[in-house]
Design a protein around this ligand. Sequence first.
Ligand code: PLP
Length: 417
Amino acid sequence: MIYACWYQKWISNTDMEAKDLAINGGPAVSGKLIGYGHQSINEDDAESVMRILKGDFLTCGPATDQFEEDLKLVTGARYVTAVANGTAALHVACLAAGIEPGDEVIVSSITFAASANCVRYCGGIPVFADIDPQTWNIDPESISKKITDRTKAVIAVDFGGVPVNADEIESICEENGLIFIEDAAHSIGSSVQGRPVGALADITTFSFHPVKTITTGEGGAVATNDPDLARRVELFAKHGITRDPSLMERDPHGGWYYEQLELGYNYRISDIQAALGSSQLKRLPEFRARRQGIVRQYDEAFACIPEISCQLDEMPDETTRHLYCLRFDVDALGVTRRFIFDALRAEGIGVNVHYLPVYRLPYYEHLGYAQDECPEANDYYEEAVTLPLHCCMSDEDVGRVIEAVEKVVMACREQAA
Ligand SMILES: *Cc1c(COP(=O)(O)O)cnc(C)c1O
């Protein structure tokens, strides 16, 4: 183990706002600090928002319809509903899938809490599946093992933007009569053998939070090819209310008439956000290329460090990476992950950790979830560090991150020797 005094020297430099880094991704690059995630907004993005502010519709207008059309093109999905955020998208996906109290839904264990919370909103029971130790995505074998008579759906996260094994999950779901929901909060712009994320699962959800690949400030979307699921998504996202006479139970009383058919929510996105989304989608190819370039530089640099493992991605040219996470072999380095994290922060690298296994969050622990539910996920958590990855980084910034990682690894080796 590292001597305490040496440790102190590293962390005494730390002067950054942990809260900002965790929630907003931190500054793009400010002074000596490189944030882990950051939006890229250009003049065209700003102008598209201004046009809406000066126009007739701030919500429920043509910009929202346009954003949904643009998302259909990018995702290849027949139906898209844009919503208020990625969490609302997941909630609506669960409602559309008919998740009810007591239903079990198998969820990735290494993900943001929202992937499981959406099941709880419906009174359902998230059942956590373990991850594959190389791709860090949900392990299809673990899904199979956790299926019971009460299982209704699977929510699989494309961790870091690397798509899950959709074919295998799809066939497990088909065999067992389950609905396959893909949480694609990380993976807009990724594809699998030319098939874009968005039409691989029964329902796909997106998030457009500022740290994600494209942003609308807050925002999300639900995509599906199934007309029946699409109708339910639309209904639950908009108060459960319809103005479509073909869906009504009674004859319309007149032009004002609408019916509420379900207990839905107001999960609408505004036209202000949607216009920003359409503008950002035009830049997706640019974002994808830049993110792939940074990932390539990182992968090459870290391939020569035996104490580091990178996320396995068999089709990197098809991936639009949202997060760049690493695993440090903390036993070989003779330190804890916390040490590596603090040392990198002291070097001005706004590192983060994605994620604590969801069943280990106190809310889930209090519900009675075993804290050793998924051994691979627990092992991953002890070693994981997320490096900065966003389109405001210059090649020089990428070089600084690599140098800092090398410096910390070298220092650990010297201490361990
Ligand atoms: C960001 C994220 C969400 C939630 O999206 P919001 O837009 O912040 O509500 C859901 N799932 C995953 C995996 C995410 O990373």
